[in-house]
Design a protein around this ligand. Structure first.
Ligand SMILES: C[S@@+](CC[C@H](N)C(=O)[O-])C[C@H]1O[C@@H](n2cnc3c(N)ncnc32)[C@H](O)[C@@H]1O
Length: 396
């Protein structure tokens, strides 16, 4: 979309058209809706309004639905925006560390996913975005969500911003190239040396969860964040935003439960007990599996595998618990016989640390019957083993 077309959507006539398209989208056939709207509006504007209506419907998944229905998106801007729960967590941590009303820069603000939550957390935010259409949308989102007292947007190069007036800086570099997502921090925009420059002062920089630990600068806290068990991002906190000397942290949303390297007694490997625990992805990415093991009074089943075993069922948000029902050698004939004898028809196969394809194994053991089971294929004392596991109720 051209910036001029977007600006036309913000005029009273454009806004009325967009409101009509947003309200009708999903209730009326899109082709029929477009045809109807084109009878009284220019085709280009109708196309832009329908694109916004489509993105708003999609964005209800990432933002509060009431916000999504009022916001503006480019496809890239939507896809790169921080999910609301994660943005809220970041903003509240930043506001707690910086104090109410502190001036913060959101360098690379995109369409404003983080920006609006920083403003809502009581910070005075300046968003900076290089792409003119995206910057215009961020400004429109600030206005649509009635946050103009707390947030403003500038179109420009984040690397050229004078940062002296800000108590802290947030930066979410673009991690996409012409061929899709980039995983190498060397390909971030702005580039990694700029990120390091920010982290030498007081900053929070969002990075990909797969960032290698050896790239993390000294004195910086890396926080991996998951939402409902799915890892969403890592954020690097520095200076006044990371005062506790923590190097690695795992935070689980929506609960906000958090675990750090300070809770980690180091590796303990032990024989398989009556219970098995599968740590949350953020705990695994943060290298804190042994900290989660300590919480359940357990240890690792194998020094290099992220499964924990313990003698007791302990409620922890940091790992999914299972009762160990049986232990079998990893041998297809043995497993097939077990499945037949137990009448297992609904079989979940999980694996870690072994070259097994869960779908192929599932098919090979021919599940049939009414019983439900979970096979966890992993290495125990160096041997490929199948642990028959029964999930504990959530919260145990
Ligand atoms: C990952 S997105 C930011 C998403 C944002 N945090 C949100 O929640 O909506 C990164 C943005 O950085 C912008 N960008 C890349 N290099 C930039 C630069 N040097 N100055 C300003 N913006 C830049 C891109 O145009 C893109 O919109």
């Amino acid at each position: 979309m051209q910036t001029a077309t977007f600006e036309a959507l913000l005029t009273p006539a454009g806004a009325a058209l967009l409101a009509e398209a947003t309200a009708a989208y999903g209730r009326e056939d899109e082709f029929a809706l477009g045809t109807r709207l084109r009878r009284s509006h220019p085709g280009e504007l109708v196309a832009a309004a329908l694109t916004q209506a489509r993105l708003r419907a999609r964005a209800a998944d990432k933002f509060e639905p009431a916000d999504a229905a009022r916001m503006f998106f480019t496809v890239d801007g939507y896809e790169q925006a921080t999910r609301v729960a994660v943005a809220r967590h970041r903003a509240s941590r930043l506001a707690a560390a910086s104090g109410a009303g502190a001036a913060v820069a959101d360098l690379c603000c995109g369409i404003g996913g983080d920006l609006v939550e920083l403003a809502r957390a009581g910070l005075a935010v300046t968003g900076v975005e290089a792409d003119p259409l995206t910057a215009a949308m961020a400004a429109a989102n600030v206005a649509a969500l009635e946050l103009t007292d707390a947030a403003r947007v500038e179109c420009g190069d984040a690397t050229a911003v004078d940062r002296t007036a800000f108590a802290a800086v947030v930066c979410d570099p673009a991690r996409r190239g012409s061929r899709g997502r980039v995983f190498d921090p060397g390909a971030y925009r702005p580039p990694w040396p700029f990120v390091l420059e920010l982290l030498a002062a007081t900053a929070c920089v969002k990075v990909a969860p797969g960032i290698p630990h050896d790239l993390l600068p000294g004195g910086v806290e890396a926080e991996w964040v998951s939402e409902r068990g799915e890892v969403k991002e890592a954020a690097l906190w520095s200076g006044g935003l990371a005062p506790g000397g923590v190097q690695r942290r795992a935070t689980l949303l929506p609960s906000g439960a958090t675990l750090t390297d300070r809770d980690d007694p180091g590796p303990v490997v032990r024989p398989l007990g009556g219970f098995l625990y599968e740590p949350d992805g953020a705990v695994i990415r943060a290298g804190l599996v042994t900290a989660a093991a300590a919480l359940v009074g357990g240890g690792l089943v194998d020094p290099s595998i992220a499964y924990v075993t313990a003698d007791d069922a302990v409620a922890t948000p940091f790992a999914r618990g299972y009762r160990v029902v049986d232990t079998l050698p990893y041998d297809v004939k043995t497993l097939r016989r077990y499945v037949r004898e137990q009448g297992i028809g609904i079989l979940t196969v999980k694996k870690r640390g072994v070259g097994v394809e869960p779908e192929k194994l599932r098919a090979a053991v021919r599940p049939q019957g009414d019983a439900v089971a979970t096979f966890v294929v992993t290495r125990v004392a160096g041997k490929a083993t199948v642990i028959v596991a029964e999930p504990l109720p959530q919260g145990v």
